[in-house]
Design a binder for this molecule. Structure first.
Ligand SMILES: [Fe+2]
Length: 181
């Protein structure tokens, strides 16, 4: 079975996610899963490697939802299934200083990736419908996912702008169920 004898590589995850297209009804459990604290999105673990710590998770960003600035303690290959999100990427200039790198709108069928400890971003669903993603997540690394809070409350970011930030550990529900479920 996938991921049982050897870890799923990023190349394999890309290959699978490029082709996946959930049938009507297959996303119902994800659409009905509870809103998670922290980022306030719906997140459901769909598959987990029994021995390598990787997982396939579904995410629903509801219309108008905006996440805080954050990094991840895992890498992931991400496939947009439906809807459109806006992603703002940041570069880390120092422990407490970020620069706005770019804004990207990501529509249906797009494949993107995030890198453990390096990808720092804000995700917004600026559309009128849910935005649904499938993420193949690597096992958690040694580093910690971080939440970045600007010293002054901000809702928009200009490319090139620099921010003074405070960082906090960011505890996201990457794994929601036990292996026995
Ligand atoms: Fe993220």
């Amino acid at each position: 079975m996938l991921g049982q004898t050897a870890p799923v590589t990023a190349a394999t995850a890309r290959s699978i996610l490029r082709r996946v297209q959930p049938a009507i009804g297959e996303l119902v459990p994800l659409r009905r899963s509870p809103i998670q604290g922290g980022i306030n999105y719906r997140r459901l673990t769909l598959w987990r490697s029994p021995s390598h710590g990787s997982s396939l998770v579904g995410i629903v960003w509801t219309s108008g939802q905006t996440a805080h600035i954050h990094s991840h303690d895992h890498s992931a290959v991400c496939r947009r299934i439906e809807g459109e999100i806006s992603v703002t990427d940041f570069a880390q200039l120092a422990d407490t200083r970020l620069r706005v790198l770019r804004h990207t709108r990501i529509g249906p069928s797009t494949l993107t990736e995030l890198t453990e400890g390096k990808t720092i971003h804000v995700v917004q669903n600026i559309g009128s419908q849910d935005a649904i993603d499938l993420h193949f997540c690597s096992k958690r690394g040694d580093g910690m996912a971080l939440r970045y809070e600007a010293l002054w409350e901000k809702s928009t970011f200009s490319v090139g702008e620099e921010l003074e930030v405070t960082t906090y550990p960011d505890h996201l529900p990457v794994v929601l169920s036990t292996l026995d479920d």
